[in-house]
Design a protein around this ligand. Structure first.
Ligand code: SF4
Ligand code: SF4
Length: 286
């Protein structure tokens, strides 16, 4: 089973539209939405959730008012200012270090599991999907991404699927690292803007560091020929293959508004045909 991660240096480059189109075109794949902070693949693939699990990897302090003697030691020792003057724990500020529990002379503090999000296993019209949602303000997105990938691999093994298509989160932070570790290849979707060139360099460096084979797709390549030429030269100099050049096409936005992938909405259009060609090329390379 192969794993392909789709990345971009920042949001809004068309990464999710391309991933969803690949999910439609692939005949035997599991798709994983690893953008757990702001998942949006479900808006195009309309999954039917089969299983929901609470995601909990950290703890939060709880003070038992009946036991508390109001000595204030927990508040004085908390390095995160998570305990208020009236001795209440601010859940969003608590880092779960457990120091308050250790210093409390009245054994009034207990560390309890903290639910930070949910993971889902779903079915779409095109195959199975693993996805998740991190609750607002919660951390540990990297661990949730690892869980989403683990669920996707298990599904692929169980259903005899030969590829896992992973929608990574934007940027180069912890959740991105979790979405590329152990992947066979990555497709970086970029656009011909100055920040696009800079973002591409950063993502390619990261992929190189983790020994993941990189491919590049330039979305809306025709909106700035000069910048596209810079991207082409950069990739050539660095030995990175460009597998797709997608033209600007308003059909892509119309497809999104209608909750469809562009390969379903406008299958005969130039963008759909180019995505299809890119998928054949990429899946052949894997
Ligand atoms: S667990 Fe740590 S961060 Fe949370 S309230 Fe206690 S001392 Fe503060
Ligand atoms: S250390 Fe324990 S007893 Fe003292 S204020 Fe905190 S919870 Fe209450």
């Amino acid at each position: 089973m192969k794993q392909l991660t789709i990345l971009s240096g920042k949001g809004g480059t068309g990464k999710t539209s391309i991933t969803a189109s690949f999910a439609v075109l692939a005949k035997n794949a599991v798709v994983a939405d690893c953008d757990v902070d702001a998942p949006d693949l479900h808006m195009l693939l309309h999954p039917e959730i089969m299983e929901t699990r609470k995601f909990s990897v950290s703890k939060v302090a709880v003070i038992d008012n009946k036991k508390c003697t109001h000595c204030g030691l927990c508040r004085e020792n908390c390095h995160f200012d998570a305990i208020t003057t009236d001795l209440t724990v601010e859940v969003s500020a608590c880092e779960g270090c457990g120091l308050c529990e250790r210093v409390c002379p009245a054994s009034a503090v207990t560390m309890v599991s903290r639910v930070s999000g949910e993971s889902y296993v779903s079915k779409t019209a095109y195959g199975f999907m693993s996805h998740a949602m991190l609750y607002p303000g919660e951390s540990n997105s990297g661990k949730l991404v690892t869980l989403v990938r683990q669920n996707a691999r298990l599904l692929a093994e169980k259903e005899n699927c030969n590829i896992v298509i992973i929608d990574g989160s934007p940027g180069i932070g912890c959740p991105v690292i979790a979405s590329i570790t152990g992947a066979d290849a990555a497709l970086v979707v970029t656009e011909p803007t100055l920040s696009g060139i800079h973002d591409l360099e950063r993502v390619l460096k990261l992929l190189d560091h983790f020994n993941v084979v990189s491919f590049v797709c330039i979305n809306m390549y025709d909106i700035n020929t000069e910048n596209t030429n810079q991207l082409l030269s950069f990739c050539k100099e660095n030995g990175v293959e460009i597998v797709g050049l997608l033209p600007f096409d308003p059909e892509v936005t119309r497809a999104l508004v209608n909750g469809k992938t562009v390969v379903e909405y406008a299958p005969e259009g130039g963008v759909a045909k180019e995505i299809e060609r890119m998928w054949k090329n990429l899946s052949g390379s894997l």
